[in-house]
Write a protein that binds this ligand. Structure first.
Ligand code: UD1
Length: 348
């Protein structure tokens, strides 16, 4: 194929698209890039396009925020208009597990356009997470399933999916490797290994005052400064909180700034999926504010510890040093994941 339409909408998808877009264009595939507008603040969207050199989207659907049904439905309606107003692409390429991913996969397949899914096969086995539902449906509908890990391939096989599975490696690893030496120091900075980087954005943590309270108590009890770049929703929920003095709440950091602070931190404490892996790739142990992870390989040797939102578990995890070596995750020998994806698409 030579004509691909990529759909992005939320922060982690910009990171993935940055490397995949480059690989597609380098190999001679024509790419139409559609931004759903799910994330729209400059710090959540534009800064990624600028600093990672992502091509300007051909169209921005401007969907913005809303309930899951509103956001998903509105993306479907607006994307369908786009798809029907132009010749069909050879495939629609979707990334990860957001509402933009689900909406695009359903819309494309209803128009009989093949779908390729980057980051297929991830499972938390927790269907209370909207992302888990988005993954299951998207994988069911996808013709090409690009898996970052062996575990992801096995998850698909266990669900009876046998066709179109490709172990490609992780495109987020490509991004970390490509951009690592361009890491940029943010305005708020601390000496190396003297601080923690924390992020919290999942609804299960931000929208439950008991969980958010537990996390903030644990962070406040740490003996080190905590750099806390907050997602807009988290910022909103923290408005009523009396923040402990060691917590430095800042606006979301850019990708290059995150690379800088994560590489130098003592620990990363997060409920993000991507950050769990980025921490390890950059040599920093991680504590995950959830009870399960899709990236089970990260748990080996205690490099990533599941702590829920429980202050005691978080404090205990801070005290434990991981063994060596750092677990390998998302690496497949040979080409980068994004080059592998581009050549599979080109040859189909
Ligand atoms: C989405 C993804 C999640 C991903 C995350 C990365 C889904 C279901 N979830 O979650 O998998 O890990 O992106 O950040 O798609 N908001 C702003 N400005 C923005 C974007 C969001 O203020 O630019 C606020 C709005 O109040 C909005 C809320 O954040 O209602 C949540 O945004 P939304 O896109 O619904 O989901 P995320 O929590 O960001």
């Amino acid at each position: 194929m030579t004509d691909v339409m990529s759909i992005v909408g939320a922060r982690p998808q910009f990171v993935k698209a940055a490397v995949v877009s480059r690989a597609l264009r380098r190999i001679g595939i024509r790419e139409t890039l559609i931004h759903t507008g799910q994330h729209y603040d400059a710090g959540m969207s534009a800064v990624f396009f600028e600093e990672m050199g992502i091509p300007e989207p051909d169209v921005n659907l401007g969907v913005g925020s809303g309930s899951h049904a509103y956001q998903t439905g509105e993306i479907m309606v607006r994307l369908e208009e786009q798809l029907m107003s132009r010749p069909n692409p050879d495939c629609v390429l979707v990334f990860g597990d957001t509402n933009s991913t689900l909406a695009a996969a359903v819309t494309a397949r209803k128009l009989h356009i093949p779908v390729a899914h980057v980051e297929a096969g991830l499972r938390s086995f927790n269907q209370r997470m909207p992302e888990e539902l988005n993954r299951i449906v998207t994988d069911r509908l996808s013709d090409w399933l690009f898996c970052p890990t062996e575990t992801a391939c096995e998850n698909l096989q266990n669900e009876g999916i046998t066709n179109g599975i490709h172990l490609t490696g992780d495109v987020m690893l490509d991004a970390t490797l490509h951009f690592a030496d361009r890491a940029r120091k943010p305005a708020q900075d601390f000496p190396d290994r003297s601080y923690v980087v924390a992020t919290v954005h999942r609804a299960e943590n931000t929208d439950d005052p008991k969980r958010l309270g537990g996390i903030m108590t644990a962070l406040g009890a740490l003996q080190v400064p905590v750099l806390f770049p907050a997602h807009p929703r988290t910022m909103e929920r923290l408005k009523g909180f009396a923040l402990p003095d060691n917590i430095f709440l800042v606006q979301p950091l850019s990708y290059l700034e995150m690379l800088y602070v994560v590489k130098r931190a003592l620990r990363v404490i997060t409920d993000s999926g991507g950050l769990q892996k980025e921490a390890l790739w950059l040599g920093t142990p991680c504590i995950t504010l959830r009870d399960e992870t899709e990236w089970i390989e990260t748990l080996e040797g205690g490099w990533n510890v599941l702590a829920g939102a429980d202050p005691d578990r978080i404090t205990a995890a801070m005290r434990r040093d991981p063994g060596s070596p750092i677990p390998s995750i998302g690496r497949v020998d040979g080409n980068s994941a994004s080059d592998r994806i581009a050549s599979i698409l080109l040859s189909n």
